[in-house]
Write a protein that binds this ligand. Structure first.
Ligand SMILES: Nc1nc2c(c(=O)[nH]1)N[C@H]1C(S)=C(S)[C@@H](COP(=O)(O)O)O[C@H]1N2
Ligand SMILES: [Mo]
Length: 197
């Protein structure tokens, strides 16, 4: 059964459609460079940094982690929102618990196969809606949308969700990712229109 989390906006006191957004039924693709290729045999996912257990998963091992299917909204900083996206994947807290996050960890950097990075405070990642997603609408996540694995962040603009994610780094100090170093908001709350900084 899919869990409907399209009510996250209530936490931010806004309308379901954030200010300055328009709804689209399409699912546009936004990538800083091309779609990287991957190989099921050699693919690895790592968790490292301020953790008790550094983790490494093969594709098969990652797929054995507990997963959920959720209905989420998706908000792109360029102005479109897509309602009711069905994603299946591993909630961030599941992974964090396996790694055993250190008491001094406060921040997270996501790393991706196209050398994209994006950052969030740890407490904004420790929510079940932050998914490492490998299915969209019950099918393998399309490569252009981040397959085999991407992060989705329905409480943030979508650049906080790394496509082609292959690592998560736990940090004792905040750092900035690819777009956060290039003028996008570090905080990215759609209901406050935190687009650029
Ligand atoms: N690895 C990686 N992740 C990424 C990007 C990227 O270029 N590389 N673009 C980001 C941006 S700016 C957006 S809006 C969303 C777009 O996701 P979509 O292409 O599935 O719509 O992915 C985000 N994640
Ligand atoms: Mo974006």
């Amino acid at each position: 059964m899919a869990k409907n989390v399209t009510d996250v906006y209530e936490e931010f006191g806004g309308e379901r459609l954030p200010p300055g957004q328009r709804e689209t039924k399409r699912f546009p693709v936004l990538s800083k460079s091309g779609t990287p290729s991957w190989d099921r045999e050699s693919w690895r996912f790592d968790a490292w940094g301020a953790v008790e257990n550094e983790l490494r998963f093969s594709w098969e091992e990652f797929r054995e982690l507990p997963s959920e299917t959720q209905i989420q909204d998706f908000h792109c900083v360029t102005g479109w929102s897509k309602f009711d996206c069905e994603f299946t994947g591993v909630p961030f807290p599941v992974l964090a618990d396996r790694a055993g996050v250190d008491a001094d960890a406060v921040h997270v950097m996501f790393h991706a196969m196209d050398d994209y990075t994006t950052n969030l405070p740890l407490d904004e990642c420790m929510r079940d809606e932050v998914l490492f997603a490998y299915e969209y609408d019950g099918e393998p996540l399309p490569p252009e949308h981040g397959g085999p694995l991407r992060v989705v962040t329905p409480h943030k603009y979508a650049y906080k969700g790394a496509k082609w994610v292959n690592g998560v780094e736990f940090l004792a100090e905040p750092e900035r990712g690819y777009w956060e170093l290039r003028g996008y908001s570090n905080t990215a709350n759609p209901w406050n229109e935190e687009r650029y900084s």
